[in-house]
Design a protein around this ligand. Structure first.
Ligand code: GDP
Ligand code: ZN
Length: 333
């Protein structure tokens, strides 16, 4: 089923950096910012496995007013100035951003990751027990920011055998299968890891999920090509330490990056207004706009198209309950 991609915060708002109209220098290389250290940035050059410790050129600094000038994930033009260092000539326009926003406002506090192509939300089949309401919160965050999500369920080996683990995963996530790709996997048994890698190829992916579900273990199954290079580089130059809580990108294949985002749990549901919540459930979207009241909350109004769809089994009851609970502002879950 084709999924409609909604952007509640389109990239035309003030959070996008518009690169000044610039002539691309002949010696500029395409790169992506993989790590930020205050005023220094590691830029991975796309023609190979080089990382340049870079600073923005002067005219760029003055252009940034309403948002971070350069963020991890930004696509840039960089000039190699020698000795492993680079100069950022231009930041290409951002397609979308994963940002920390202040509560109840759309003001941006900090860009965590620029240009995320998708998110992988990871849960464990068991240990820790899967928490579907928390999964919903992560999915809402993705939907609110227009980021396609993939659900990964790790530790399927703990079901006894792999096939039983797969079956248990599909049963557990039956309500989600029409709306999201679901990947059962086991980092320990090294099964499903290649399938997850297929989802990552050619994209910048943020991996999120509660601690203990196996995010680091799964990351360790990938070859983190740039990981080593970054460590060596910052040691060699002694410049800047990784002080921010912003994301860091790891290259696992050409043009394929996985983001490690320490503060991502803090992002959950920040900035999603109650009246935007229905848009964040793909199952509800086909019915929105068909209720008797245009500002229908779908909780108690008569002639509500969403309620009717739930009654007819078109919308999974549990997902609707998750919506209703969040819409009512329940904080217990
Ligand atoms: P993170 O906090 O999400 O990064 O989780 P970790 O990668 O640190 O894993 C938490 C614990 O789960 C560790 O003890 C891992 O060895 C264990 N673990 C990770 N993946 C698997 C798996 O596929 N199967 C089993 N049985 N244990 C796993
Ligand atoms: Zn309604």
């Amino acid at each position: 089923m084709a999924r409609r991609e909604r952007k509640l915060y389109p990239s035309s708002d003030k959070r996008s950096v518009q690169a000044p109209v610039l002539k691309r220098p002949d010696d500029a290389l395409d790169g992506i910012v993989v790590r930020a250290y205050g005023k220094y940035f590691d830029v991975a050059v796309e023609d190979g496995e080089r990382v340049l410790l870079s600073t923005p050129k002067g005219t760029l600094k003055r252009a940034a007013k309403t948002t971070d000038l350069i963020a991890v994930g930004d696509r840039v033009w960089v000039v190699d100035v020698g000795e492993g260092e680079g100069r950022v000539e231009a930041v290409l326009p951002r397609t979308r951003v994963l940002a920390r926003r202040a509560r109840n406002t759309r003001a941006v506090e900090q860009i965590v990751l620029a240009n995320p192509d998708q998110a992988v939300i990871m849960m464990a089949l068991t240990k820790p027990e899967p928490h579907l309401r928390l999964l919903d919160r992560f999915l809402i965050m993705c939907e609110a920011q227009g980021i396609p999500a993939v659900i990964a369920i790790n530790k399927i080996d703990l079901a006894g055998d792999i096939e039983a683990g797969r079956a248990a995963t599909l049963a557990l996530l039956a309500d989600y299968l029409p709306s999201y790709p679901v990947v059962p996997l086991s980092a320990s048994a090294e099964t499903g890891v290649d399938e997850l890698r297929d989802h990552l190829r050619g994209k910048v992916t943020v991996i999120a999920g509660p601690s203990g579900v196996g995010k680091s273990s799964v990351m360790n199954r990938f070859d983190l090509v740039l990981d080593q290079a970054i460590g060596e580089l910052s040691e060699a130059t002694g410049k800047g330490r990784h002080t921010t809580t912003a994301a860091q990108l790891f290259r696992i294949e050409p043009d394929t990056y996985v983001a490690d985002t320490p503060g991502i749990r803090a992002l959950v549901l920040h900035g999603v207004e109650p009246d935007e919540l229905d848009e964040c459930f793909p199952e509800l979207r086909p019915y929105l706009g068909h209720c008797a009241y245009s500002d229908c909350t779908h909780l108690h109004e008569p002639r509500c198209a969403v309620q009717a769809a739930v009654a007819e089994g078109e919308i999974p009851t549990k997902r609707f309950e998750s919506y209703a609970s969040l819409r009512r502002g329940d904080t217990s879950e």
